[in-house]
Design a protein around this ligand. Structure first.
Ligand code: S3P
Length: 170
């Protein structure tokens, strides 16, 4: 199957969890830009931010996105800040494959990310970061999947439907 699906959304929206579950359910490779970046840099995200700043991380993330998109079939999970860069938004908007925006309420994100330690931008004022980014998320996606209060199995099914719908029209 020549298939690609990209997941975007704020930290804690479920990109990593759902990409893994969807990949497993369909026997498809899963690529995660955060993972590609840390593998390539040989450093965890916190360290990349402290050594190279956010700008350094974003440069690496852009290359990771381009690299991930060369893999087909694949389920691709992205970092929550990927849409802050105009070049990434342009790339995502140009795709004909599903780019699914996962959304979650602030309360749900707070619950899911309680105790997170390797997310340098998940600081006290993260709700304002989320508000600032919302327009970029919707502009970069061609589908939206709300995740608050929904089981992983149910969300995987919805993503399966999106995959089936697209392959019928291929
Ligand atoms: C970031 C989100 C993180 C990671 C980095 C920056 C962001 O990915 O890329 O910490 O700017 O929102 P997740 O969305 O997978 O947590």
């Amino acid at each position: 199957m020549n298939y690609q699906l990209v997941l975007i959304g704020f930290m804690g929206a479920g990109k990593t969890t759902l990409s893994q579950a969807l990949g497993r359910a369909n026997g498809l490779p899963v690529l995660d830009t955060d993972e590609l970046v840390t593998q390539q840099a040989h450093m965890p995200i916190n360290e990349i931010f402290s050594q190279e700043g956010e700008a350094g991380f974003r440069q690496r993330e852009h290359l990771a996105l381009l690299h991930a998109l060369t893999s087909k079939p694949a389920i691709i999970a992205t970092g929550g800040g990927i849409i802050t860069q105009a070049n990434n938004r342009q790339v995502l908007q140009s795709l004909t494959v599903p780019v699914v925006l996962l959304t979650a309420s602030p309360a749900e994100i707070r619950r899911r990310l309680a105790g997170t330690t390797d997310r340098p931008l998940f600081k006290k004022d993260w709700p304002s970061l989320m508000a600032k980014r919302n327009g970029w998320y919707t502009a970069s996606a061609n589908r939206v999947l709300p995740t608050t209060g929904r089981a992983i199995s149910e969300l995987v099914q919805e993503l399966q439907h999106i995959m089936e719908e697209v392959s019928i029209h291929d």
